[in-house]
Design a protein around this ligand. Structure first.
Ligand code: ZN
Ligand code: ZN
Length: 295
């Protein structure tokens, strides 16, 4: 018993020493000022409910904005993945309306539950408990792996012929996705696939900022893979080994089969559900150019 506790203490001490070697966030003092301003002026209830709702809406539409603007920039059109399928104004308006419905009637009630969640699990929101950036990064990675696993198996199940037409068909309305389609889904799918977001949070959340940070990263990832564009060099997610990316998920919308994961390629590789993608990629590089219309 003593040996076990000594080993645990030694590991904890080594980890603590390692954290001292990690560079600190240079924006900490600015962040502290803004965070203190927020906690001095608003209650925990206001921050966790209205704050979370505002953070979600700003993050979703703020991240969608660049992908929305890409269609108006001629020099970026060569990076469009399905070049023969343009996002029309009518399609984008149709998407926007369902997104608003889902945000207000499905996601907002869930977001308003954040206060109860933080109370139940004693999740702090004060500056003194604010986690270090590397702690946030590690926890977000754990959340992403958990969400990706949930997403792979549940998404694959939603493609079962018996249930596909009842729920997941809505998301596949767009064969060539664009940023806003990331959350274009049947309300039941928003709840079922969305559960993967919360499982990681139940395991890792140590501060309200962890919830917000994971939400922003998850939105960046899902809007990126639905953007319809694969622009080289600017996307830092591609530095993560095994990151799926826009071409990978775009092919799922084009082909309907395979590539069921959300963030990483590992589960599809393991179960061979990326076979059609690999064949397509070896022929086209993952891009449906105008000259490849007959494919
Ligand atoms: Zn699907
Ligand atoms: Zn999709």
């Amino acid at each position: 018993m003593n040996t076990t506790s000594n080993t645990a203490e030694a590991i904890a001490e080594t980890l603590y020493k390692l954290t001292e070697l990690v560079p600190q966030n240079p924006l900490t003092s600015h962040l502290e000022n803004y965070w203190q301003l927020m906690t001095d002026n608003y209650t925990k209830f206001q921050i966790t409910t209205w704050g979370s709702l505002i953070a979600h809406e700003i993050a979703y539409f703020g991240i969608c904005l660049p992908a929305f603007l890409f269609q108006f920039i001629p020099c970026l059109q060569r990076f469009k993945i399905q070049q023969d399928k343009k996002e029309t104004a009518a399609l984008q308006w149709q998407c926007f309306k369902l997104i608003l419905f889902n945000h207000f009637f499905i996601q907002s009630p869930l977001i308003f539950g954040t206060y109860a969640f933080t109370e139940m699990f004693s999740i702090p929101y004060d500056w003194q408990s604010f986690p270090a950036w590397y702690s946030l990064a590690g926890r977000i990675l754990v959340c992403a792996i958990i969400e990706d696993t949930w997403h792979y198996f549940v998404h694959r199940a939603l493609h079962d012929k018996r249930i596909y037409k009842h729920i997941h068909k809505v998301h596949h309305h767009f064969q060539s996705p664009f940023g806003m389609t990331a959350e274009y889904a049947h309300p039941a799918e928003t709840l079922i696939l969305g559960a993967g977001f919360f499982i990681g949070i139940l395991v890792t959340c140590n501060h309200i900022v962890m919830l917000w940070a994971w939400m922003v990263v998850r939105l960046l990832e899902t809007i990126d893979v639905h953007s319809g564009y694969d622009i080289p060099y600017i996307n830092v997610f591609h530095l993560i080994p095994g990151y799926a990316g826009a071409k990978f998920h775009d092919f799922h919308h084009k082909n309907f089969n395979g590539n069921y994961s959300s963030s990483f390629v590992w589960w599809d590789k393991l179960f061979g559900t990326d076979k059609q993608w690999n064949e397509y990629y070896s022929k086209t590089g993952g891009v449906a150019r105008k000259s490849c219309k007959k494919e």
